[in-house]
Design a binder for this molecule. Structure first.
Ligand SMILES: [Zn+2]
Ligand SMILES: [Zn+2]
Ligand SMILES: [Zn+2]
Length: 248
């Protein structure tokens, strides 16, 4: 069983008022004032729960802050040389990408150095968005656990292994609920892509894994799929290779 163990960090978000120099979910990003804010070009927008295709297809939208993580708080993240800050942004609309079989918000990762002198004072607001992809700002109370695979990723005869964390986390194993794992080979180099980050609709206590208190299930306010998780897989050779997204 030991060879299947992977470290994971449960993020345990709690509503708060994080600043640009904090790790957080949904708070303001430490963004260089002289770097253009990222936008989605809208070419893969699809009908959402509240937004019609006419309002979204081909419409460029400013991305929104989803997660910001500093190396001092999360040294286990695979920061490329010269970087100490990971920023995760979402396009807050539905996308339909048949090629990668992903249906949900698109995601962009930025690995950067936090040595920024001139910080952007306010991010642009998206003109249209799905309400379920807007978050309330949360601070993080991380804890470290070990996870083992579930379902189809377990070796034959694995027996009764502990569950994977049902809540937002870094690393560990994904919970493939609707399908078997697919598309994890990196298109750039052929290496394996592994779970980097999972963002969950609901935060569950999961007493088998840690004894942290979880005050509120829908703490962040976002919803992925039907009360599912947005899993982000990154290349094990180079995290700047294309990521894979999977909502389950
Ligand atoms: Zn978009
Ligand atoms: Zn790769
Ligand atoms: Zn915990």
């Amino acid at each position: 069983m030991g060879e299947w163990a992977r470290p994971a960090v449960r993020l345990h978000p709690v509503p708060g008022s994080p600043g640009v120099t904090d790790s957080h979910i949904g708070g303001p990003l430490l963004w260089p004032a002289d770097e253009p804010w990222p936008w989605c070009d809208g070419s893969k927008h699809d009908e959402g729960l509240t937004i019609l295709p006419a309002d979204s297809f081909g419409v460029p939208v400013a991305l929104v802050s989803a997660v910001q993580l500093y190396r001092r708080d999360f040294p286990e993240l695979p920061f490329p040389d010269g970087t100490d800050l990971l920023q995760v942004l979402l396009c807050p609309l539905e996308h339909s990408d048949e090629e990668s079989d992903h249906f949900g918000p698109c995601v962009q990762l930025f690995w950067r150095s936090s040595a920024i002198t001139d910080v952007l004072s306010g991010a642009p607001e998206p003109a249209v968005f799905e309400p379920q992809y807007r978050t309330r700002p949360c601070v993080l109370h991380p804890c470290r656990i070990v996870e083992y695979p579930m379902g189809d990723e377990q070796p034959v005869g694995a027996g009764d292994w502990p569950p994977v964390a049902n809540g937002s986390k870094l690393g560990g194993w994904a919970f493939w609920w609707q399908t078997s794992p697919f598309g994890l080979e990196c298109p750039s180099c052929g290496a394996d892509r592994r779970l980097l980050l999972a963002l969950y609709t609901h935060e569950e206590p999961e007493k088998e894994l840690c004894s942290c208190e979880v005050a509120e299930r829908a703490v962040v306010g976002w919803e992925f799929g039907r009360e599912g998780a947005l899993n982000v897989f990154a290349c094990t050779q180079d995290v700047q290779h294309p990521i894979k997204l999977h909502i389950d």
